[in-house]
Design a protein around this ligand. Structure first.
Ligand code: AMP
Ligand code: ZN
Length: 134
């Protein structure tokens, strides 16, 4: 339920104060303390799950609906030009806090936020391997 020594458990459940934008029985939405852009928010489930793979389906479903609402309010209220939803799983993917969270990052024309990558090439071998997984 709640993991000892997990900072996002403590924030989500109100043991540590945060700039809270929204709260319900399942989630707390807070402002990121190191924002990538103005309005960078985090959606935190109140029950501990380390990452997407541990998150119950029902919570995952609710999280995307909530992300849509938060993204819409931020985009409209801050006159943003776009929004990125970012969700990191595992150290290799850039996760630094091991309690599931979704980043809502408002984007502004010509800002310097970097969530891009250099396009690679889809090889036949990789394609066939991956298609075989499903
Ligand atoms: P990630 O790299 O996806 O695990 O993202 C962790 C995010 O949590 C980073 O954007 C941090 O700036 C943010 N963060 C870490 N500690 C806090 C905190 N106490 N309150 C708000 N945001 C935090
Ligand atoms: Zn936690």
């Amino acid at each position: 339920m709640v993991s000892d020594n997990c900072i996002f458990c403590k924030i989500a459940n109100g043991e540590i104060p945060s700039a809270t934008l929204y709260e319900d029985e399942d989630f707390r939405v807070i402002l990121d303390l190191g924002p990538a852009s103005k309005g960078h928010a985090l959606i935190l489930p109140k029950k501990h799950a380390a990452n997407l793979f541990e998150l119950p389906d029902e919570t995952a479903s609710k999280a995307i609906v909530l992300a849509k609402k938060v993204a819409s309010t931020l985009k409209e209220g801050l006159h943003a030009d776009g929004v990125n939803l970012v969700q990191n799983n595992g150290e290799a993917a850039g996760q630094t806090v091991f309690h599931f969270h979704m980043h809502i990052i408002p984007r502004y024309q010509n800002d310097t936020v970097n969530v891009t990558w250099k396009p690679g090439e889809l090889t036949e071998t990789d394609k066939n391997e991956i298609l075989g997984l499903f």
